[in-house]
Ligand binder design. Sequence first.
Ligand SMILES: Nc1ncnc2c1ncn2[C@@H]1O[C@H](COP(=O)(O)OP(=O)(O)OP(=O)(O)O)[C@@H](O)[C@H]1O
Ligand SMILES: [Mg+2]
Length: 144
Amino acid sequence: MTPSHSVVTLTGPGGVGKTTLALLVAAAAHGHFPAGTVLVELADVRSAADVVPAIATALGVPDSGTADRVEAVASFVGNRRLLLVLDNIEHVLPCAPAVATLVSVCPALTILTTGRSRCGSEPNVRCGWRRWTTTRRSGCSANG
Ligand SMILES: Nc1ncnc2c1ncn2[C@@H]1O[C@H](COP(=O)(O)OP(=O)(O)OP(=O)(O)O)[C@@H](O)[C@H]1O
Ligand SMILES: [Mg+2]
């Protein structure tokens, strides 16, 4: 996984090892992301509307009181080559448009998600028995 990927989704049944694998992948990809890797644990986030605020908190984006937290996070990330790991996204899937906006506005932001179901309408890619879903910035590819 490199910054050429905008969103990588790792799906599978509960307990299969998604989070473990995501953290290993993030560690292995560390050198590609000089601005760092930030883990956002979504298991306790109650609604899709709370996902971007959770990302903002994890990143340390100051809460300026503006309603548009997506814009605040996008502005904070800017052009930085950053990896965001969104763990346990399955129960807040309606956040997908906000996630898509972030990666479209932030050219070097990569998001790795784990979930028991898919985040968006990306093409499926299978690696062994695991299902990966990826979106490349320059379109879609069948490479995980
Ligand atoms: N490759 C592996 N070999 C042995 N044990 C593993 C492996 N990957 C994960 N585990 C163990 O399996 C358990 C579940 O792993 P993990 O929490 O990563 O699963 P998960 O798919 O993220 O689960 P959930 O859907 O509940 O979030 C953990 O105790 C973890 O240490
Ligand atoms: Mg997990």
